[in-house]
Design a protein around this ligand. Sequence first.
Ligand code: CMP
Length: 139
Amino acid sequence: AIERTFSIIKPDATRRNITGKILDRLESAGLRVVAQKRLQLSKAEAEGFYAVHRDKPFFDDLVSFMISGPVVVQVLEGEGAIAKNREVMGATNPANAAAGTIRADFAESIEANSVHGSDGPDTAAQEISYFFAQTEIAG
Ligand code: CMP
């Protein structure tokens, strides 16, 4: 089925000016950008977005990293978009990411791992609505 998923190009990637390279990987996999904006997240926005990780030991560092520079937030659409995006991203830790994936090729570390992608349909819907109004999405 045609799905939508939520994606973030993270500050390590905007800093290195490789958002286009990452976008090319997503589009080449058949994902279509139906909404996109570049943002400087506030601390409160980053904490709210990653609230599920609040009790993890890496939470404070993750929030600091996510506000260390601009991000590009996106809604991606396509056949099986959620799983497809996860496949193209590769494993969270670039050391474990399959060859040819975005994280294997671009990520700096498990934290500065270049991209985020929703992990399922419920999170996708929730994460999309955290950043985008329906009127900002053009499929
Ligand atoms: P993301 O998919 O955005 O979801 C949570 C993020 O926390 C993850 O990618 C990583 O960037 C970051 N992170 C930092 N340390 C860890 C860790 N030990 N395990 C999982 N995620 C981590």
